[in-house]
Design a binder for this molecule. Structure first.
Ligand code: ADP
Length: 245
């Protein structure tokens, strides 16, 4: 244990590893405000200022996209450090999971349209019972798996979301007909910063932190996650969620 003062000012002795987490947390918090300001003011110029030339509009859109990417990275880093410090707390509420899935599909409507993929949603032997879980964390999990399915499925591809009650759990399955994950890399899928070689060639954007966060959140919510994938054919991510924790 290093007898150094915690940089967040808590004052207790901390290990070098904790010091590293605190550094990431502090730096991420400090970055979030200016990055959000950049995105916010760029949007204002785009929407509310007078006429812009095409070049000016393109540059501003690029600033907006880049700041959003940076905000996503900062949010992912904050989540990772919270997970590693055991600082994730569940706020349980009764919810209809099918509604939350529909909301997630709506949230990604423009990405689905831009990606040229078709999405189907099925409930097997519905209506489903109410689940007591943390809606924000579940939204993060479903949003991440869904956005990956969209991102890694070429135009004309299909995505299917299936919900099913299985014993005391709800099983969620998100499958796609996308690029898949090479067999030799599949053991590393839930590792931090993992990005498969076939995806790196596509020059798609990503942090490689999403699935690490997804797996951690599913387990904190009392569930399990697994996947199967074949390169060039597609990927299926499945996770369970207990009806009550
Ligand atoms: P990111 O998408 O930001 O790279 P993730 O942690 O969400 O990070 O995913 C890690 C990697 O797993 C991706 O870069 C990609 O190689 C692979 N992957 C995840 N989901 C899919 C999918 N549905 N189809 C193909 N590959 C995927």
């Amino acid at each position: 244990m290093a007898r150094v003062k915690n940089i967040l000012g808590r004052g207790e002795p901390v290990s070098m590893q904790n010091l590293q987490y605190d550094f990431v947390t502090l730096a991420s918090h400090q970055l979030r405000t200016p990055l959000s300001a950049i995105k916010w003011y760029t949007e204002i110029i785009l929407k509310r200022s007078g006429p812009l030339t095409k070049k000016q509009r393109d540059y501003l859109m690029e600033i907006s996209r880049s700041s959003e990417r940076a905000i996503n990275l900062v949010n992912d880093l904050l989540d990772v450090s919270r997970i590693q410090e055991g600082g994730i707390h569940l706020e349980l509420r009764p919810l209809r999971i099918e509604k939350l899935v529909e909301e997630s599909i709506d949230n990604y409507a423009s990405m689905i349209q831009a990606g040229g993929v078709k999405i189907d949603f099925e409930i097997i032997s519905g209506p489903l019972p109410i689940v007591e879980t943390d809606p924000d964390k579940l939204k993060r999990v479903i949003g991440n798996l869904l956005s990956n399915a969209i991102k890694y499925t070429p135009r004309g591809g299909k995505i299917l979301i299936i919900l099913e009650k299985k014993g005391n759990n709800i099983a969620v399955m998100i499958s796609d007909s996308g690029v898949g994950i090479p067999k030799t890399e599949q053991t590393r899928v839930f590792d931090k910063f993992f990005r498969s070689t076939n995806v790196l060639k596509l020059s798609s954007e990503g942090t490689g932190l999403g699935l690490y966060i997804v797996k951690s959140l599913v387990e904190i919510m009392g569930g399990k996650i697994s996947f199967s994938s074949e390169e060039g054919k597609g990927t299926i991510f499945s996770f369970t969620l207990p009806l009550k924790i």
